[in-house]
Ligand binder design. Sequence first.
Ligand SMILES: *Cc1c(COP(=O)(O)O)cnc(C)c1O
Length: 263
Amino acid sequence: MQEAVASVEPMDLTLRERYDAIRQRIATAAIRAGRKPEHIMLVVVTKSATPEQIRELISYGHQDFGESRVQQLIQRAAQIDEYLIRLRELRGSATEIRWHMIGSIQRNKVRKAVELSRLIHSVDSLRLAEEIHIQSARREQPIDVLLEVNVAGEASKHGITGAAVRHVVAQLDTMVNLRVRGLMCMAPLVGGAAVASQTFERAAELFRELRQSGVGGSCFDLLSMGMSGDFEQAIAAGANIVRVGSAIIGASDIDASPESGLP
Ligand SMILES: *Cc1c(COP(=O)(O)O)cnc(C)c1O
């Protein structure tokens, strides 16, 4: 029983306390890895958040939010836009927020995803990249994307396998309306901390290799990996974007979410 005092049930904490605690842990992990805390971007994943929670996070000054389904991204962005317009009228100052698309995208939803996202983390095929390229050409505004890699080679996972990544990156590099900014990866669901670390190390190695080969010019600089359960390991391996949902939002809201069903 000697360690019991140190542990506080995270869900007893307020949103503010959970958010601050995660920021603190990100900073500690960054420093431990010899990096600056401000060089790690936190994307708060809002798929199980209430609109009130998102507004509260915005009031802390948080700007980067992630959604894994386009349909929900559309709803969220509309709700939050309305709120931001009201804020602007009230305060006279503009608060900008950025949406990150982190989940798989059906072809018929690409247009919306491109329109609403600052960064698409989940490009998992050349075909999807081509569709994104077409849609961003229509907008005459290049979009930043990450390639989702499946370094563990899991059949159940989205993502491009390690062996195919170089080829796909080279293809994306020729698409003028699309900027390939780096890689995204997820740890396997099974295998625990050791397997997660191994996966992150391999993704980081691939990332460095591609970067050194000169793809994307000086723009190939983002490595998105790490979620609630493994973001510290991801930072240790070299992540500069982490995507954290439940550890900040709280797991209890998932059931209450009207969007928790299938598409
Ligand atoms: C849901 C999700 C996350 C966040 O997961 P948590 O475990 O809730 O932090 C991160 N990345 C992707 C792609 C997700 O779908």
